[in-house]
Write a protein that binds this ligand. Sequence first.
Ligand SMILES: Nc1nc2c(c(=O)[nH]1)N[C@H]1C(S)=C(S)[C@@H](COP(=O)(O)OP(=O)(O)OC[C@H]3O[C@@H](n4cnc5c(=O)[nH]c(N)nc54)[C@H](O)[C@@H]3O)O[C@H]1N2
Ligand SMILES: Nc1nc2c(c(=O)[nH]1)N[C@H]1C(S)=C(S)[C@@H](COP(=O)(O)OP(=O)(O)OC[C@H]3O[C@@H](n4cnc5c(=O)[nH]c(N)nc54)[C@H](O)[C@@H]3O)O[C@H]1N2
Ligand SMILES: [Mo]
Length: 761
Amino acid sequence: MSTSDLPKESGPAGGWGSLRGIGRIARNAAAAPGALDTLRRQNKPGGLMCMSCAWPKPANYHPFEFCENGAKMTLWELTSHRCTPAFLAEHTVSALRERTDHELEAQGRLTAPMRYDPDTDRYVEIGWEEAFSGIAAALNRIEPDSAVFYSSGHAGLEASYLYALFARLYGTNNLPQSSNMCHETTSVGLKRVIGSPVGTIVWEDLDETELIMFFGQNPGTNSPRFLHPMKALKDRGGSIITFNPMREQGLVSFVDPQDLSAMVTGDETVISDQYHQVKAGGDIGALMGLCKAVLEADDAARRDGGARVLDAAFIAEHTTGFEGFAAELRETDWADIERTSGLGEAAIREAARAYMSTDKVIAAYGMGLTQQAHGWLNIALLTNLMLMRGNIGRKGAGITPVRGHSNVQGQRTVGIAEKTALIPMDRLRALFDFEPPQKDGMHIVDAVEGMADGRVKATISLGGNLLRAVPDRDLMERAWPRQELTVMISTKLNRSHLFPGKAAYILPCLSRAEEDIQESGPQAVSIEDSFAMIHGSIGHRTPAADTLKSELAIVAGMAKATLKPNPRVTWDAWTADYGTVRALIEQTYPDDFRDFNERLHQPGGFYREIGAHYRKWNTDSGKAVFTTPERLDALDFGDRPGRYRLVTVRSNDQFNTTVYGYSDRFRGVEGTREVVLMNEADIAEAGLERDQSVTLVCDFDDGRDRRLSGMKVIPYDLPRGTVVSYFPECNVLVPIGHHDKLSKTPAGKAVPVRIEPDARA
Ligand SMILES: Nc1nc2c(c(=O)[nH]1)N[C@H]1C(S)=C(S)[C@@H](COP(=O)(O)OP(=O)(O)OC[C@H]3O[C@@H](n4cnc5c(=O)[nH]c(N)nc54)[C@H](O)[C@@H]3O)O[C@H]1N2
Ligand SMILES: Nc1nc2c(c(=O)[nH]1)N[C@H]1C(S)=C(S)[C@@H](COP(=O)(O)OP(=O)(O)OC[C@H]3O[C@@H](n4cnc5c(=O)[nH]c(N)nc54)[C@H](O)[C@@H]3O)O[C@H]1N2
Ligand SMILES: [Mo]
């Protein structure tokens, strides 16, 4: 097998391929007339704020301020297909389980509230009031702490605030969120080291920076609008350095689909100046190497009387723990760094030289760092690297976790959190005259374990597809239907609907792109982006069905039916005018949401002042913290022959569990998702062949058998020992106990697996 046979990266990120990708989804989903008009207004004041990722929306927007994947998401939601009660009457739930994720969602928008009927194994239509009272009755039969209120980071701030309030008035802090599987490592890790649970940069920093270092994030697919400031950085002579086991096209080269001349000439911008294919789970080692090279350069400068490399004044004034960390760096051998990172000393030193060449560096990262068994150490060490030269809280510099769902960060800001310490309980007590529950609630990992052992008796889901998104899918599919109650507030049919609890409801909601008219008139909702900017969003499309309710109205409807009346708690008035909910958010979080209603549609959003951005460190010591790691490898399992590190990633044709299609064009994988990408030498050493069908077997010693068969071997440019396949299919292989030690974020990025050949047909 020669390298020329490897799947071809089909051209640069962006370019004509991205326009063809959008067109294909528009056709498949039969996007309703006028959907393109919605795109034109996307991410601009008075328009729709993207329903896909949380990438910021600049005040100086482009004529088309949307990307390939934001457009796909909008067109997918504005489909003219409908998943009607008639369709659900025709098919049993067992039969629907045979369908793929793609087929389920491709059925189109849900149109009516449905209840599961175990006698016929079908969902049947019911009225809204009947649904609300059925849910209330089930909730009132169980202990509040046995109910889980999940949310996927989609719903706006208003609905999210009321959802968290509903859970607490009912009596529980069980408010796990999709970020528990995502950037929880950031929320816990960054909070610990810089006192802010979110990133420190704002838009102007991107305009000023001279170097961006990318760790484990794939902008070409997952935050394509990031490619514009990246290209601008390259155009003004700056650099980009990437650490990623895979050569991701968006980090290699880019043609701006909004630049006519570049499109016509095919003029590509080279994105990464250096590309380091670190092995999966190897970033702790790589970051120690970078920091060691910086320290050595500073030692040399001091010896030779040159200018200091470290920002000694910053370290002295603003940080703690540097001496211990420096001692550890001196004791760490380059040989161990090379072994654990899979990178050579010379390559790491080259990256360190670039890092030291400017004082305007931004570190950007994603799931490659957070979804690791010692993921918080990745975050802490990346912070160490930045702190060594004062690259936090300075213009053009900072650390930026690239967040997932469009409002995932905002939901946390307004109270969706299982940890009581994060919630201003006194204000809630005063505002609503009740005693909020004192006990910390369940994280996703606790909730999954609770379902498995029967402690969790009800799950309500504000969006999402939890059953499909969490680890240990087989275990979940057995445990989930044993619950007394499952409620899904959804726009599309998904696999979580097909494992109904004893009482089970699907409540269909408006999409954010649709007009939301309540008693006081049309409503706006709001979201918080990755840079902690708050934006109003207005839907203009006609709703997919006139039976749909908004997420806020559904939350209020369930709450009103479930809870005893309380004169301070006015669900109907809040539903009639979302401005009243924004006023409550402002009263609960006055520092973050000053003049919320007045500033709702400010171009570019308004900033929720983040302490670390101003070098205010909200940590125990009042300083930023250098962390001394006790280990170099993110995995507790040693490497050994035949054991690989499985990385689960997203394709360019999906949004999490929503699979738009089967084209991962940047990676050259077409027509199937049942593949395992492997290094050619690993294939040969294992005695396998290209296209051979294999079974991935989880190599985690807890007595449970986890396997996934029928996976086709594809040779790919990857480090030895790192193999790659797709989420969510691979979740059957990920053990729930394999998670970050501090934040419990499931470690989907380095799962130990063996590979066994399937019997030949
Ligand atoms: N189109 C689209 N956009 C999305 C999503 C989507 O599914 N589709 N999902 C949204 C959500 S919820 C999220 S959280 C974000 C996710 O966006 P990303 O953070 O980009 O997540 P992944 O696709 O999981 O890819 C992680 C990247 O990490 C790399 N990686 C894996 N292991 C390691 C490692 O050990 N070290 C390093 N340095 N790199 C590693 C992988 O090769 C991959 O490039 O995107 C959001 N945006
Ligand atoms: N192995 C592995 N597992 C992972 C990951 C990984 O990289 N690897 N990534 C993790 C990450 S980062 C995340 S964020 C989670 C994602 O987990 P979730 O957030 O739970 O899953 P999604 O796939 O985003 O949810 C899709 C469903 O949301 C519903 N939906 C879409 N739009 C709306 C809306 O506007 N309102 C409402 N109410 N519902 C809507 C639709 O019914 C759709 O079927 O998965 C995690 N799981
Ligand atoms: Mo995410």
